[in-house]
Design a protein around this ligand. Sequence first.
Ligand code: PLP
Length: 399
Amino acid sequence: MEFDFTTMMDRAGRDAIALDIIPRLPVQPEIGITPIPMWVADMSFETAPSITEEIIRRAKHPAFGYFEAREEYYQAILDWQATRNGVVGLQREDISYENGVLGCLATALNVFTSPGEGVLLHSPTYIGFTHCLEDNGRKSILSPLVQDQNGVYRMDYADMDAKLKAENIHFAVFCSPHNPSGRVWEKEEIEKAMQIYKENNCLVFSDEIWSDLTLTGYHHIPTQSVSPDAKRRTLAVYAPSKTFNLAGLIGSYSIVYSKHLQDRMRKHASATHYNHMNVLSMYALLGAYSEKGAQWTDALKEILTHNIAYACNHIQSHWKGVSLAKPEGTYMLYLDCSEWCKETGETLDTLLHRGYRCGVIWQDGRPFHTPDSIRMNLALPFAQLQEALRRLDEFAFQI
Ligand SMILES: Cc1ncc(COP(=O)(O)O)c(C=O)c1O
């Protein structure tokens, strides 16, 4: 294969929270064991070579003064959105740089809601949203996703509608594809949700940061594409950061078609003086949203599809009392360990600690608002994934 998805990078001491968290864990890995990071949403893969090349090329010009985003930056986004997401009619003016998706959410919350106001989210919920809402003094109102007879997470439209009405909510966060459930929403599902938001006069912050990482057989539908109303009422946010492992460079962008909404967002963002692009992150996006970057993404998606299928099969056939919904996108797996806790009489902490002890740095899923759950990051070389599952078989589940 042209790209390297098999080498396990040694990220220890190399600016990686994925490993730097270890001293702060309640239980330490056994001496001599190599930790395998499987929690925070970045990948144990090298980024695409086209990105490193762009950054190095730019860094060789030793001047990093004030700058404006290049025309190529906008063109790369227009081309990427057209070819990857089938977006038509997008203009340069509809795109704004954002200092992270959560930075954009903070701006939107401050512009469109008041302190104490409720915001509708689906649960399980990505913890970044809950923190952002709390930090900005807004209330999270959760509408739980419900698993259907096949275990697939679905939105509960009646519950969404009732909560929007009961709490007078006019701002919702919609995560598509959804972290941590891994759902890639179907067009009809997004249409129904957007109809409910419309009927309740609700603005929609559509976080599509995971849109590039759909697994084989699934396709991302941009929220703004489902109807003319959805196009106007949605603030959509994208980034190359999840797709290409660039979270440390910062560099998201929003697509807002309504000039009214966009002017208000830009006014607030400019008043903070914080929402400025970093020149290297601009070049990272140029390397990412290129032909080579697209090829790398396609290769990555195959790797993730394989890792996820393997892990799901393994867990379903080996870990009694643990259930899961097979992800359709992202590289996250959300495990329901409630039956395991019941059957063994052990707590989730015990299970988590067993994992840490054998060097598997997985993540407590309870802050995502589901009891007795664990979130696992599967974006790592296959050999390490196998090793992690083997260790968990032996030390956590005693198979
Ligand atoms: C759904 C979702 N949104 C946003 C983020 C973070 O985005 P950013 O780093 O651009 O703030 C993450 C990171 O895991 C995420 O999963």
